[in-house]
Design a protein around this ligand. Structure first.
Ligand SMILES: N[C@@H](CCC(=O)N[C@@H](CS)C(=O)NCC(=O)O)C(=O)O
Length: 215
C-alpha cells in the first residue's frame, strides 16, 4: 500500500473534506501540519509541493495533487471499491462536477468573509451576507426532491459542501424555516458514521464563534 500524506490544518474546510472522504474510503492518510496562520504555506519547501500555496495538498507516494476537489476525484478513482462517491457514468459525473464548482464558488464567499474578520472588520458587510444567502437559496432549490445534491446517494460534492456549510453556518446562520431542505440534508450528512467524528464541526464552530465574539 502506498504512503499518502495530506498537508493542511483541520480548521480548513477543504482539508476537512479530504479527511472525511479518506475516512469513508477507509484510507490511511498521514497528516502533516501546514499552518496558513503561521504562513507555513509560503515556505519554499511547501511551494515545491504546491506552487499555488494553498492547502490541502496530497502526496501519494510521490504523486502530488492539490485542490480538495481534484484530490477527492483522484482518491475515489484510484482507491474506492465502487464509484458511488464519484460515478463513472458521464452524465452523473458531470452533475457531480457542477456541484463541486458551485462549492468552490461558495467556499470563496466564506474565505472572503473570514479574511475580512481576521483583518479587523467588525461586522460582516451586508453585501457579503446577501451573497451567501443567495447561495443558500440556490442550494435549497437544488435539494428539493433529492436527498443529496446529485440524487439519492452521497457524492464527493456533498462532502465538499458539508465542510463549507458547517463553517458558513456559524457566520451566516442557515435559517431552518427559509432553508428546510438544506437543514434536512445537513442532518442526513452528519448522521453518517464516517462524518460524525471527522467533520471538525466542534473545532470550527469554536474557532469562528471566538472570531466573531472578539468583535
Ligand atoms: N479550491 C481550493 C481552496 C483552498 C484554499 O483556499 N485553502 C485556504 C485555507 S482554507 C488556503 O490555503 N489559504 C492560504 C492562501 O490562500 O495562501 C481547494 O478546494 O483546495
Amino acid at each position: 500500500m502506498s504512503k499518502k500524506i495530506l498537508y493542511g490544518i483541520i480548521s480548513s474546510p477543504p482539508v476537512r473534506s479530504v479527511r472525511i472522504l479518506a475516512k469513508a474510503l477507509n484510507l490511511d492518510l498521514e497528516f502533516k501540519t501546514v499552518n496558513v496562520f503561521q504562513k507555513d504555506n509560503l515556505k519554499e519547501d511547501y511551494l515545491k509541493i504546491n506552487p499555488n500555496h494553498k492547502i490541502p495538498s496530497l502526496d501519494d507516494n510521490g504523486f502530488i495533487v492539490w485542490d480538495s476537489h481534484a484530490i477527492m476525484m483522484y482518491l475515489v478513482d484510484k482507491y474506492a471499491t465502487n464509484d458511488s462517491f464519484y460515478p463513472k457514468d458521464l452524465q452523473k459525473r458531470t452533475k457531480v462536477h457542477q456541484i463541486l464548482f458551485f462549492d468552490a464558488e461558495i467556499f470563496e464567499k466564506l474565505r472572503t468573509i473570514v479574511i475580512l474578520l481576521y483583518s479587523g472588520v467588525s461586522e460582516i458587510p451586508t453585501d457579503k451576507i446577501e451573497g451567501v444567502e443567495d447561495s443558500y437559496k440556490s442550494l435549497n432549490r437544488l435539494l428539493q426532491g433529492n436527498s443529496y445534491f446529485t440524487g439519492n446517494t452521497v457524492a464527493i460534492c456533498d462532502i465538499s459542501l458539508l465542510s463549507t456549510l458547517l463553517s458558513l453556518d456559524v457566520l451566516v446562520p442557515i435559517n431552518s424555516k427559509e432553508y428546510p431542505s438544506i437543514k434536512a440534508w445537513l442532518t442526513r450528512m452528519e448522521d453518517k458514521d464516517y462524518i460524525a467524528n471527522v467533520s471538525g464541526k466542534k473545532e470550527i464552530t469554536q474557532l469562528l464563534t471566538d472570531l466573531i465574539k472578539k468583535k
